[in-house]
Ligand binder design. Structure first.
Ligand SMILES: [Zn+2]
Length: 321
């Protein structure tokens, strides 16, 4: 009997057995994914222990150059332009929250949990933003962009409760278990009138169903729990939040998830996880190829979004009074 990590139903069943770490190849171990017939969640079972989990992450688990000081070439500048352009859906969605808060007279203070190199904070352009991550190189990049970087986790960080009008966490919640603890910690960090914006891969997207266990959005074994829009909503409601808005559009994530499912060896962060020495011309060619695959995936990903089955789901939620 294995209980579902979201709805606690005890009758979960093995859905996929012996799934390899297809994307990052950090381990040769294989993992099982269980499915819950009651709520539809799938999850890695048994969940790796905390110390095992840490070893399953490459030093760099985000998209972007490993150390921006070393990157000033044309390729790096083009990559930065591209990344900023494809963040438009994220920025637009979050901008609406900030505009509403500003109209209500709130002081804007943004915390981005799992901020990577700070590209979202930069694209959003709200001065005073704070990025939280565990990676030192990521935080150095955040600070070079002019934002405060905080090393820590939600339950072990030097941030004052009630000090943020907005907490964002893109592709974060699927990595933590139990998610209720992370949501409670985010809630504590919110000032009165504060809101959350969360984004996770959508396990009910067309590409998730086509690729099954090998879908990049499942990212076995790092994604401990795979959400659908329904299970994400249910979790938030159970945790004392009300959903204000939802979108399954994401120009940055949806085509790239499809591209990484088709060509995992070309996926830049996964390639860089195994890089010995400089990336060189071969790396540049791989990046261009991956960009080509991603661009080719855009029409398919757009169709998927149009029928309401986009590869990621982003929600805006506020604590219920
Ligand atoms: Zn369940």
């Amino acid at each position: 009997m294995v209980a579902c990590p979201l709805c606690t139903n005890e009758g979960t069943r093995q859905r996929w057995a012996g799934v390899p770490d297809r994307l990052f190849r950090m381990t040769t171990k294989r993992f099982d994914l269980n499915a819950c017939p009651a709520c539809g969640t799938t999850f890695v079972h048994p969940a790796p222990a905390a110390d095992e989990l840490a070893a399953l992450y490459p030093e760099q688990y985000w998209v972007g150059p490993p150390d921006r000081e070393a990157e000033a070439g044309l390729m790096a500048r083009l990559l930065e332009r591209y990344r900023r352009f494809v963040l438009r859906d994220h920025v637009r969605f979050v901008r609406r929250v900030i505009d509403d808060q500003r109209r209500a007279g709130a002081q804007i203070a943004v915390l981005d949990v799992g901020c990577g190199d700070g590209s979202f904070l930069d694209a959003l352009g709200e001065r005073g933003g704070v990025g939280m991550d565990l990676s030192e190189p990521a935080l150095r990049a955040v600070e070079r962009r002019g934002f405060r970087g905080v090393r820590g986790t939600l339950d072990d960080c030097p941030l004052e409760p009630g000090s943020f009008s907005l907490v964002t966490a893109f592709h974060f919640l699927e990595h933590v278990r139990p998610p209720e603890v992370a949501l409670a910690a985010m809630r504590r960090l919110l000032a009165p009138g504060g809101e959350l914006v969360l984004q996770v891969p959508n396990r009910r997207s067309v590409q998730a169903i086509l690729f099954g266990a090998g879908w990049a959005g499942h990212d076995v074994p790092r994604h401990l729990i795979n959400y659908s829009p329904e299970t994400l909503r249910a979790l938030l409601e159970r945790s004392g939040f009300e959903i204000v808005a939802e979108t399954k559009r994401s120009l940055r994530d949806n085509p790239a998830l499809l591209a990484a499912s088709l060509a995992p060896r070309l996926y830049p962060p996964a390639r860089m996880a195994h890089l010995q020495g400089p990336d060189g011309l071969g790396g540049a060619i791989c990046n261009v190829l991956f960009l080509g695959v991603t661009l080719a995936c855009m029409p398919l990903s757009w169709i998927e979004q149009c029928i309401g089955r986009g590869a990621s789901v982003m929600v805006r939620a506020r604590p219920r009074a």
